[in-house]
Design a protein around this ligand. Sequence first.
Ligand SMILES: C[S@@+](CC[C@H](N)C(=O)[O-])C[C@H]1O[C@@H](n2cnc3c(N)ncnc32)[C@H](O)[C@@H]1O
Length: 207
Amino acid sequence: MKILNLYAGIGGNRKLWKGHEVTAVEYNPEIAAIYKDFFPDDEVVVGDAHQYLLDHYKEFDFIWASPPCPTHSDIRRCGVHAGQYEAKYPDMQLYEEIILLQNFAPKDCKWVVENVKPYYKPLIPAKELERHLFWTNFDITPTKLSDKRVHNDIVGSHEVYGFSLAKYKHPDKRKLLRNMVNPKLGLHILNQAQGIKESVTEQDTLF
Ligand SMILES: C[S@@+](CC[C@H](N)C(=O)[O-])C[C@H]1O[C@@H](n2cnc3c(N)ncnc32)[C@H](O)[C@@H]1O
């Protein structure tokens, strides 16, 4: 498949996608360089994923978008009430992308937009898996992954899902690691887009 991986980060959701042609878009050059190191065969575009989607949504068989979650997350709501953060408008680019894909994606294109569970009722109904919401144009079945990772316990020196950032100089490795979608979940969803029914849960040899 020809895949577009938007807001790529260091590639958590992408890690177990094998045998596909992947274009990744990440606007932070240091993060994009780490991604390229992990996935040298991918084409990595350093640029704005939101604009890239608008310009290229017709060109792919599968599109994954993980737009930034900070203005939607419950951490924001709690932080505002605790006096830690300023209130911010929820970033509507999330919904812009969903509406664009719902209405204009070519009929053979499978797409998924991923975000955290928001602190408000989602403006467009979504499917909930693990700690995420997914908007898709294909069915996704629930899965219970054997994720032993405790999200809040991650520190920058940890190896998470097989990703170690030890050799990189990035100032916030913890954030890069915590931002990742579980690769098994990324594979589960890609499988579902392709009509592959086998469960990823049992594939413990993947790690
Ligand atoms: C939640 S993380 C993505 C995590 C990724 N899906 C994974 O599983 O590893 C979001 C990423 O999008 C990047 N980003 C934020 N705004 C962007 C934009 N407008 N264009 C491209 N990348 C952006 C951030 O630097 C961050 O690395």
